[in-house]
Structures are given as C-alpha cells and as structure tokens.
Design a protein around this ligand. Structure first.
Ligand SMILES: C[S@@+](CC[C@H](N)C(=O)[O-])C[C@H]1O[C@@H](n2cnc3c(N)ncnc32)[C@H](O)[C@@H]1O
Length: 249
C-alpha cells in the first residue's frame, strides 16, 4: 500500500481516537523510543536556555508528548488539526506547572495565522511527513512566524540508514517520510532561509539498538535502556535521525 502523503489524508489519519490513545505508549514507552524522546526534549530545553527563548510555537504537538517536558519559556502556543490529539494534550498538560503558559489552537497549520512572532518554532514528526511542495510552503510559514534570528527545531530522517529498512518492511511505515542525505538537508534549509546550527544524531547504531530493544520481553528494561544509551553519540556520522537546530537568516 502507498504511504499516506496528501495533506488531507495525513490530517485524517490522526483523527482516529484509538491511534491517539495508543500513540505515546506504542512509540515512546520502550527504551529506544524513550531515548529518542529524551534527546528531542533536551535539545529544545537546552536551546531555550542557551538562546534565552521567551516564546515558543509548537506545530502539530499531537498528545503533547514533547510539550509536557519543555521548560524554561514564558509563553507557548500549540497548533494541531486533530481535536482528539489536542484534547489529550490539554488533559496531559493540565497537571503541569507550565499549563497556564500554553494556548491550545485547533487549526490546520496551513490555515493558521497569528500576529505574534516567536523566538522558537519547533515540530517533531510532522515536517518529515510533508511532500516537497508542502514542505517548502511550511518553511515559508515558519519563517514568517519567527522573530529575527529565531530558532527552528525539527527532526529529519537519514536516507542511508532508513531507506533499506523501509524497503524491507514497507507495511511498518504507513505514512510518507522524506528521507535525506545530510548535505541535501542542510542545502534545503539554506535555500529556504535557515542556517543549520547543529544536527544532533539520534539512534546512532539503529540496527544494534533495535535488536537490543527486543530484550524488553524478558523484563530487562533498565539494562536495555543503559546499553542503547551507551551507543548514542550526538555527533555520530550515520544515525537513523537528526534533531535539526537552525536559525532564521
Ligand atoms: C505523528 S503526530 C506528531 C505528534 C508530536 N509532534 C510528536 O512528535 O509526538 C502528527 C501530528 O500532526 C498533526 N497534523 C497533521 N496534519 C496537520 C495539519 N495540516 N495541521 C495541523 N496539524 C496536523 C496530527 O493531528 C498529529 O497530531
């Protein structure tokens, strides 16, 4: 089956209540997913601290997986087109100390407008699902949402590692992902008005780490976590994914 690629199908895919309710447990509870989550959050929190970020815009937060752990900002806006996702985000964040800092906006991002500009726009697991024309449009929109020299953080998938895995198991990837060569990614951002400050490598020895992750069935989670973590190195040459930190030019 062809992976989901259109803007309409992508939106509708995430309306499903069952998918929404199982989203975090299925993808981020096991050690491999937890480590990915931790790196994504750490990069945002360190950037907020280093660059004195006050206001943040999160695009496509889903159930608030990342927002729940983001700290150090003064004011935040999150925009998602799925009411089920946004309701779950609100519920999960309701007990957080940062709840009052967030404004929750139900909207298609391509239709979202605001007078406000932000020090930081971030989005995980969304930009990568957009095909070329939509991605270009989204970069222009993000550029317009940012203050001068504002930061943009997102995730990108490495062609060299991911492509063979996808070819072997196409059914595991129901949604389209753009896969990049490192230089192609840097150039695409340059051409769209962003300078890449750093690419943080994540899931650096993916095939070994995925194998280790299988041992959770023997209730070895702490050991598996420890071993997978040992194999992480933010400067690794050939990871499964990068967390991209770039700045508006
Ligand atoms: C894979 S989830 C990512 C959730 C979260 N960012 C994360 O990393 O866990 C993708 C999210 O994008 C949202 N989405 C898809 N198309 C959208 C659009 N056009 N406008 C706003 N949100 C959209 C979906 O509702 C869903 O919550």
């Amino acid at each position: 089956m062809k992976p989901i690629e259109s803007r309409k199908d992508l939106k509708e895919y995430y309306f499903d209540k069952e998918l929404v309710d199982s989203y975090i447990d299925e993808r981020f509870k096991h050690p491999l997913g937890r480590i990915l989550h931790e790196t994504q959050v750490t990069v945002i929190n360190e950037s907020i601290q280093t660059y004195g970020v006050q206001d943040v815009l999160e695009l496509a937060p889903g159930p608030g997986r990342v927002s729940l752990d983001v700290t150090g900002f003064q004011q935040g806006v999150m925009v998602d087109s799925s009411d089920n996702m946004l309701e779950l985000a609100k519920k999960r964040l309701s007990t957080s100390a940062n709840y009052d800092k967030w404004s929750f906006q139900l909207s298609d991002i391509f239709d979202f407008t605001t007078e406000q500009t932000f020090h930081l726009v971030y989005s995980y697991r969304f930009i990568r699902h957009l095909e070329h024309t939509k991605r270009m449009k989204m970069y222009a929109t993000i550029h317009s949402f940012l203050k001068e020299e504002g930061l943009f953080i997102f995730d990108a998938v490495n062609f060299d590692v991911s492509s063979p895995i996808r070819q072997a198991n196409p059914a595991v990837f129901p949604v389209y992902d753009k896969l990049y060569k490192r230089e192609e990614l840097i150039n695409e951002l340059q051409e769209n008005g962003f300078d890449v400050l750093k690419l943080y490598s994540v899931q650096c020895r993916f095939l070994v780490q995925r194998f280790l992750n299988k041992f959770i069935k023997f209730k070895l989670d702490p050991l598996v976590y420890f071993l997978i973590r040992l194999l992480e190195n933010e400067d690794s040459e050939n990871p499964l994914e990068w967390v991209v930190v770039c700045r508006k030019r």
